[in-house]
Structures are given as structure tokens and as C-alpha cells.
Design a protein around this ligand. Structure first.
Ligand SMILES: Nc1ncnc2c1ncn2[C@@H]1O[C@H](COP(=O)(O)OP(=O)(O)OP(=O)(O)O)[C@@H](O)[C@H]1O
Ligand SMILES: [Mg+2]
Length: 302
């Protein structure tokens, strides 16, 4: 496992080689949740004390001080992140930035939808599209020509071409595709740590006598990156196998396992309405909202 030390976990990759485990859902809600924590309400009496007004944001009658910004980078050509947030992606994508056809500042799009009632002044997205597939081929060729070992050429390309983002954002959340190609592996290495959503997979267990926790091993095999948090997703507490999986994961991975995210219609429906779970359920009535907030709190380093 790669171990990076000396700085807090700022670049978090949401990873699992299996499809449909709630990577994108988790990436969107985590990114939005972190951006919310970087927004502080300013009492009217304190407004005058703020000298640097560039970080002030007004929504309706309330002022907020923005402590930082969050970037969600979509590394999946399906491009679901922008759709889920209701953002028109414009013309450029992550592929253009990596190929140096667009500067990153031209390609990053604001996720703010204050006009529709969803203020997200400090959440930004670097979207993906089919173009990323084509870009990956060229990048692999570029990396191949670089004097470096293994995947390091691609990692260097990512580091160099996304350097501005590393500088400007407090957190960067990477939504990864369900793949394990060399490009995706380079994305993992670019990250500081991984957030791993994992869901029970009854089919892979049927008749094999496999341990429930080995689902986790199978879903993450070949992902060579330090794990920040394992997130049991699509969890139905009353289902014995779901509960068993969480128990086994906790036995093996201890505190690394977060509170499970319950399977809930709210989580599934929110992106269709182009809202995050915190917007869909602002009063935190749904246990899934509470669970996603707990994940945000684990990741936030203050
Ligand atoms: N807690 C939940 N409750 C109900 N539905 C959920 C929950 N989490 C995710 N889903 C739904 O499960 C499906 C898969 O989620 P998502 O797209 O986030 O997975 P993914 O791992 O990103 O998939 P892919 O590997 O294809 O990128 C989506 O329809 C999503 O709305
Ligand atoms: Mg996805």
C-alpha cells in the first residue's frame, strides 16, 4: 500500500472496481458536504469585522464566509457527476485539461445553483465526457514516451496538469469509474487516500461458501492506495447478510469502516432532481442524510 505522509488527506478518490456500488452518489454527497463545512454563517454584527470581502457570499438575507473551496473531478466518461448536480458542463472536460487543450480554469465549472434555491458557492466540478476515453489513449502514449517506470508517467502528467487545482482547492474528490486500467490506477496514485463504497453482493457469494468480507477484498483487488474509509452502502439493516457484512468489515478493518449508508429512495431520487442528499433532505429526517453527514465529518480535517 502506498503511504503518503506529511499532509492531510486533501485528494480523495472514491474507488471500487465493481460497478453500481454508489461511488458517484458518495462522491457527489461527500464533495457537497465538505463544501458546506467550509461555509460559515456570519452574524450581521460581525460583518464589519471582515476585511477580506472576497470570501463573503450572500444568499437571501444571510452572509456566509467561505473558508475554502471543493473540486469534484469526474474521471468516468459517463459524466454522471454534472448531471447529478444539475450542472451544464459547457464545452471542456477533464480530458481537454489533461491534454493541455484547455487551461484548468476554463474547464472547471461552478456547481452553484443559488438561483434555483441551491446555494453551492464553493463547490466546483471538472466534468467528464466521452472525450476522456480518447484523451486516455493519447495520455498513455505520452506517458509511454516519458523516462519513468510503471505508471509513474501518467501520475506525473496528472500531477503537473492538475497542479493549479491542488493549489487552489481545500479538498478534491475524484469520482472513479468501475475499471482498473492503467489510467485509473494512475488516478488512484494521484490521490492521497481512498474512500471505498462497498455493497453486499449476494450473487458472487451464492453457493461458494465465500466469507462476506471477502466481497470487499474482491471489489478492491489491485487497488494499490491507502484506504481512508470503507463505506458500506445500499445497506438494509434488517437484512441479515447486510448486517453480517458490516460486522465482518468492522472485525477486520475496525474504525476504518464508517456508519453504513442505508438504502433509501431519497438517495436514489435526489440526483434525478439534481440535488444532493443535503438539499433533498435539509432537515436531516432521513437516516441516509445523517449517515452521509457522518462520512463528511470523518473526512473533514478542520
Ligand atoms: N443509499 C442508496 N439508496 C438507494 N439507492 C442508491 C443508494 N446509493 C446509490 N443508489 C443508487 O444506486 C445506483 C448506483 O449508484 P452510483 O451510480 O452512485 O454507483 P457507481 O458505483 O458510481 O456506479 P458506476 O460503477 O456505474 O459508476 C444509482 O441508481 C443510485 O441512485
Ligand atoms: Mg459512478
Amino acid at each position: 500500500m502506498t503511504q503518503k505522509t506529511g499532509r492531510q488527506d486533501k485528494v480523495l478518490a472514491v474507488v471500487n472496481r465493481k460497478g453500481g456500488v454508489a461511488k458517484t452518489t458518495t462522491a457527489i454527497n461527500l464533495a457537497h458536504g465538505l463544501s458546506r463545512k467550509l461555509m460559515r454563517r456570519v452574524a450581521p454584527k460581525d460583518l464589519d469585522k471582515i476585511t477580506d470581502r472576497s470570501n463573503l457570499f450572500q444568499y437571501q438575507d444571510t452572509y456566509y464566509y467561505l473558508l475554502g473551496h471543493v473540486l469534484l473531478i469526474d474521471f468516468d466518461p459517463q459524466g454522471h457527476c454534472a448531471h447529478g448536480l444539475g450542472i451544464d458542463t459547457g464545452k471542456a472536460d477533464i480530458g481537454d485539461v489533461l491534454l493541455e487543450q484547455r487551461h484548468i480554469t476554463e474547464a472547471v465549472v461552478s456547481a452553484d445553483r443559488s438561483a434555483e434555491g441551491f446555494p453551492r458557492p464553493n463547490l466546483w466540478i471538472l466534468p467528464a465526457s466521452d472525450n476522456l476515453e480518447h484523451a486516455k489513449d493519447i495520455l498513455r502514449a505520452q506517458a509511454f514516451a516519458m523516462p519513468s517506470t510503471k505508471n509513474y508517467g501518467l501520475v506525473r502528467i496528472l500531477e503537473e496538469r492538475l497542479a493549479v487545482a491542488l493549489d487552489r482547492f481545500t479538498y478534491i474528490v475524484l469520482d472513479c469509474p468501475p475499471a482498473l486500467d492503467t489510467f485509473t490506477q494512475a488516478v488512484y496514485q494521484f490521490a492521497d487516500a481512498a474512500i471505498v463504497p462497498v455493497k453486499p453482493d449476494y450473487f458472487s457469494m451464492a453457493g461458494t461458501g465465500q466469507h462476506i468480507s471477502s466481497i470487499f477484498e474482491a471489489q478492491t483487488r489491485g487497488i494499490d492506495i491507502r484506504i481512508h474509509t470503507i463505506v458500506p452502502t445500499l445497506n438494509v439493516a434488517r437484512q441479515k447478510l447486510d448486517q453480517q457484512m458490516v460486522d465482518e468489515l468492522r472485525e477486520l478493518h475496525g474504525n476504518m469502516v464508517s456508519q453504513p449508508i442505508p438504502r433509501s429512495q431519497a438517495v436514489a431520487e435526489a440526483p434525478a432532481l439534481q440535488q444532493t442528499i443535503f438539499e433533498y433532505d435539509p432537515r436531516f429526517l432521513n437516516p441516509a442524510t445523517v449517515a452521509y453527514q457522518a462520512l463528511v465529518d470523518r473526512v473533514y480535517y478542520g
